[in-house]
Design a binder for this molecule. Structure first.
Ligand SMILES: [Zn+2]
Length: 265
């Protein structure tokens, strides 16, 4: 493929109609060439769906300014390249659209307008094609520690929190994934709990020596010691000859202190 003599934005934009690694590499090279010739920076913005896009220039006004087409609302907007380009990405949206997205309040209506939450599968997807992604595509990313996140109004939110906003129009205090799978955001798997209650459903401690939550080997006697936590304190339930007896004592205490049935599983 020969570059020829690029006549400015248009020739580069025509090439962008195609998606191909070679083309992208070729474009990066030719953009540098063009920039050298025209003396200002041409931006292309990377998107979540990895497509390469660039500011859509409708008409150059002069050396410094150009009329561009907003890729969201299709309206024209003017960009002062030399002034803007070296400091911040020009992007491919008009100012109104940029602000609308950046300032979007996270309310039940806005979340529902932008995203689709499937309470039976826990999936979160885009309702419409926007700069964030295509309609129907998953709107989640890995957050770390097993959680999923999504981006809304220029900020990241944990998906299970957005699920509460979507379903109940509020952010929860603290969310417990009942099956301990932090990426399982099926609605029936989410519980809004405060800190104290949530600690009752933690996964089994690795320091546990017997394999049963609330039962430890009592070193001085070699017996099994049953215990339970309440209000951040440990309550001693007694020493037992067998593991089964200690477990029974703990199970009984679970009922008394209303621990969640999946605790320590
Ligand atoms: Zn716009």
């Amino acid at each position: 493929m020969s570059v020829g003599k690029p006549s400015g934005y248009r020739s580069a934009l025509l090439l962008l109609e195609r998606e191909d690694d070679d083309i992208v590499r070729y474009l990066d090279e030719s953009l540098r060439l063009i920039q050298g010739m025209v003396g200002y920076t041409i931006h292309r913005s990377s998107r979540m769906n990895q497509r390469i896009s660039m500011v859509k220039v409708k008409k150059k006004i002069n050396r410094n300014e150009a009329v561009c087409i907003c890729t969201r609302c299709s309206k024209d907007y003017t960009v002062k390249y030399i002034h803007d380009a070296n400091k911040s990405p020009v992007g491919d949206l008009c100012l109104t659209c940029k602000r609308a997205i950046a300032d979007m309040a996270v309310t039940k209506d806005n979340v529902r307008a932008h995203l689709n939450y499937d309470e039976l599968t826990g999936s979160l997807s885009y309702r419409h094609t926007t700069i964030s992604g295509k309609a129907g595509e998953s709107a989640t990313k890995e957050h770390g520690a097993g959680y999923l996140k999504t981006r809304l109004g220029g900020k990241d939110y944990l998906v299970h929190r957005i699920a509460f906003m979507y379903m109940e129009g509020r952010f929860p205090d603290q969310v417990d994934h009942i099956d301990h799978n932090r990426s399982n955001n099926v609605w029936s798997n989410l519980r809004d709990v405060n800190n104290k209650v949530n600690s009752k459903n933690h996964s089994k401690s690795e320091a546990n020596t017997t394999g049963i939550t609330g039962v430890a080997v009592h070193k001085p006697t070699g017996k099994y010691r049953a215990y339970i936590g309440k209000d951040y304190k440990q309550i001693h339930l007694g020493l037992f000859e067998t593991l089964a007896e200690a477990k029974e004592a703990r199970d009984e205490a679970n009922k008394v202190y209303t621990y969640h049935s999946n605790h320590g599983v």
